[in-house]
Ligand binder design. Structure first.
Ligand SMILES: [Zn+2]
Length: 225
């Protein structure tokens, strides 16, 4: 998800006890995490994801800050990741914490916590890169989340993706179902498989993502519905 509250205003914001920033060698990300191994892994994820994002029209790599946190207070207990566009900050709930969460979407619960964590990093970095690609233009929530979930699902090891029952479902996807109601009431369990099945259909993929970015396609419910 994306949100507007500053991380610094949260309990998780920077304090004297927080770990120093780990600068990724690429210069495109700084990571705040207590585990240096995890920080390096996050740097690798950003680097590995960049070509995929660029192919889909999101080539901007303005430096971001990513915080590995125990929880995201401002957005409630069900929020696993957030991007704050005003400050180019990302927060993602730590892998060891993800493993202990009692309330977790089925699709996420079925994944190893490390795999889930990595995919959440991709999701939030996508929101950040997409925001830059939009150059101030607005996008519907469904369109923004379509792109973030498409990149997240694409980043999963194919064996993990194939283990998700709803992702394997065959047949055409009703594009009108990829809307805000499905997202808010169905959560990732309902939204992510629909997005992935639509995204990987012939003729969609990055071409479809680019059409969302340039505004020729709009996903979601009309504003007055
Ligand atoms: Zn999101």
């Amino acid at each position: 998800m994306s949100m507007t509250m500053s991380l610094a205003a949260q309990e998780n914001g920077l304090t004297a006890d927080d770990p120093p920033a780990f600068q990724c060698p690429s210069g495109h990300l700084e990571v705040y995490a207590t585990d240096p191994e995890l920080a390096r892994r996050i740097c690798d994820i950003e680097k590995q994801t960049a070509p995929t994002l660029a192919a889909c029209g999101m080539s901007d790599r303005t430096p971001l800050s990513l915080y590995v946190v125990q929880r995201i207070e401002a957005a409630g207990p069900h929020c696993l990741g957030a991007y704050i566009c005003e400050t180019d900050e990302i927060a993602v709930v730590a892998p060891e914490q993800l493993a202990t969460l009692e309330v977790l979407s089925d699709i996420y619960r079925s994944m190893d916590a490390a795999v889930l964590f990595d995919s959440l990093v991709v999701h939030e970095i996508t929101h950040a890169r997409l925001t830059k690609a939009l150059q101030g233009e607005e996008l519907s929530v469904a369109s923004h989340e379509y792109i973030a979930y498409a990149m997240q699902m694409a980043s999963l090891p194919s064996a993990v993706r194939q283990s998700l029952e709803d992702v394997r479902a065959e047949g055409p996807v009703d594009r009108s179902a990829i809307n805000e109601l499905t997202l808010f009431f169905g959560g990732p369990d309902a939204f992510a498989p629909l997005v992935w099945r639509h995204f990987q259909t012939d003729g969609n993929g990055c071409d479809f993502v680019k059409s969302l970015i340039d505004g020729t396609t709009i996903l979601g419910l009309p504003p007055d519905s």
